[in-house]
Design a protein around this ligand. Structure first.
Ligand code: GCO
Length: 463
């Protein structure tokens, strides 16, 4: 077993989480610029005004990526940096920033993948209703076109948007992310429908205007992964069943948006799942005659972010039930369970259902890393985490799951949304006071993994 020859070893990050320069060079405000300045929303009232100062340090950061040997990097774009009002006038300085980033990456032999939207809705568009506004899909298509016109002579890989479950569900239902509104289920689902339409129109714009003959286009959806508690057929079926259902809110918290099929099915199968439609009834969004055709524009890959899994077994009455991990089971600093099997069962189940090539667009671990007296950052837990997860991914690929790439989240420590700078996910340590960068042990380890196309994961990293 080994990783395919053209497998892509990458890293990811997102604009608001690393760029800083929130009020510079003509950038407009995003909903995150507003939300983080509302007292009590973010741990210790942190914000992304400066973040990792990547806006000014992108050259240094790309040099470090090169040192690690990274093959690809997801460049996420801040919408209001490019279009301060969300539509209309382009901010040349903002557009030029990503242009320079792309050139720098290409010079370092790193494949840039443009991620058009990682939650940074322009505040001006929020004031016009944002994703609730039926014009929002067209706003997003116009924004896409601006990027495609400028970058597609050099960029061939595009991701329309990242995690609708989060920016719709957390943003509009439970208010734990910007814009922090609590809407009713009908509005939430309507906003979600517009976001999916925006995705579809964005795909159309990429294909219509790309200067690259065959652009590769995808979307990122959270891969909420369930894995069987034992290898029995009953438990495997139970895990699969739970992974692909739209449960009601009594089943697990926020199930109304925290599920896979409500988001993946329209995009890949061209329809909302029956169980979800039955559950929502009259609250389900109105679907126009062409909507599903637009939403399900063919994709070259699906990106999915998988960080953990819940264990599931067949309950006595035949219904799947989640298994609470026994006391002492490993968890990360984020208090997410550590279940390396998520990168086996996740890709396996997703590929089985959707038969579309997969990129693992985020995978990684938060850890409270510190600088040791030797000036280095030793993070054996992260190495252990990545090694175990990659071994599982390799197994899934060996058994036929078509996974084309793996992106570690994140290239560097960054602003972890509601958790502020408390959580560190990076391969590169960032001192947020001095902005000094230090390659963690895990970065040196990942370098060897990339250089050997994954063979190095079989070595004991601690001998
Ligand atoms: C998400 C986002 C990232 C996070 C990362 C760790 O999954 O919420 O895509 O921006 O920072 O996943 O939580």
């Amino acid at each position: 077993m080994s990783f395919p020859k053209n497998f892509i070893w990458g890293v990811s990050a997102s604009s608001y989480q690393i760029e800083g320069a929130a009020f510079e060079d003509g950038k407009g405000l995003s909903i995150w610029d507003r939300y983080t300045h509302r007292p009590g929303k973010i741990w210790n009232n942190h914000n992304g005004d400066v973040a990792a100062d990547h806006y000014h340090r992108y050259k240094e950061d790309i040099a470090l990526m090169k040192e690690i040997g990274v093959q690809s990097y997801q460049v996420s774009v801040s919408w209001p940096r490019v279009l301060p009002d969300g539509t209309g006038k382009v901010n040349k300085k903002g557009l030029d920033f990503y242009d320079r980033v792309i050139d720098e990456l290409l010079n370092a032999n790193i494949l840039p993948i443009i991620e058009i939207y990682h939650w940074e809705t322009p505040y001006e568009l929020y004031c016009r209703g944002s994703w609730l506004n039926p014009d929002s899909p067209d706003w997003f298509a116009d924004f896409t076109r601006v990027l495609v016109d400028k970058y597609s002579d050099r960029v061939s890989h595009w991701i329309t948007m990242n995690e609708p479950q989060c920016f719709i569900g957390e943003g509009y239902w439970d208010a734990t992310a910007a814009p922090g509104d609590k809407l009713g289920i009908k509005e939430v689902l309507r906003a979600g429908h517009h976001a999916l339409l925006a995705h579809g129109k964005s795909v159309q714009a990429i294909r219509a205007y790309s200067k690259t003959s065959e652009p590769a286009v995808g979307i990122i959806i959270v891969g909420i992964t369930k894995m069987p508690h034992t290898s029995s057929k009953e438990d495997i079926d139970a895990a699969r069943q739970l992974m692909f259902m739209v449960p009601d809110n009594s089943y697990w918290e926020n199930a109304c948006y925290w599920n896979n099929t409500w988001w993946f099915d329209p995009v890949l199968l061209g329809k909302y799942p029956e169980d979800g439609l039955n559950l929502y009834g009259r609250d389900a969004p109105e679907v126009g005659p062409n909507d599903m055709k637009i939403i399900s524009e063919p994709l070259d890959f699906i990106g999915t972010n998988i960080y953990h899994a819940n264990r599931v077994r067949a309950g006595k009455d035949g219904c799947p039930e989640e298994v609470i991990p026994p006391p002492g089971s490993p968890i990360s600093a984020m208090r997410w369970p550590i279940e390396p099997g998520c990168l086996y069962w996740g890709p396996k189940f997703f590929y089985e259902r959707y038969k579309t090539p997969i990129m693992i667009t985020e995978s990684g671990m938060s850890n409270y890393d510190t600088v040791s007296l030797d000036g280095k950052v030793h993070d054996p837990q992260r190495i252990d985490f990545l090694q175990k997860h990659l071994l599982q991914l390799e197994k899934a690929i060996g058994e036929g799951a078509d996974v084309r790439g793996y992106f570690q989240w994140s290239i560097m420590d960054n602003f972890e949304w509601a958790e502020g700078y408390k959580e560190r996910f990076g391969l590169i340590y960032v001192d947020f006071v001095t902005q000094q960068r230090i390659l963690k042990d895990s970065a040196h380890w990942y370098k060897k993994v990339i250089a050997t196309n994954g063979e190095y994961i079989k070595e004991n990293p601690f001998k």
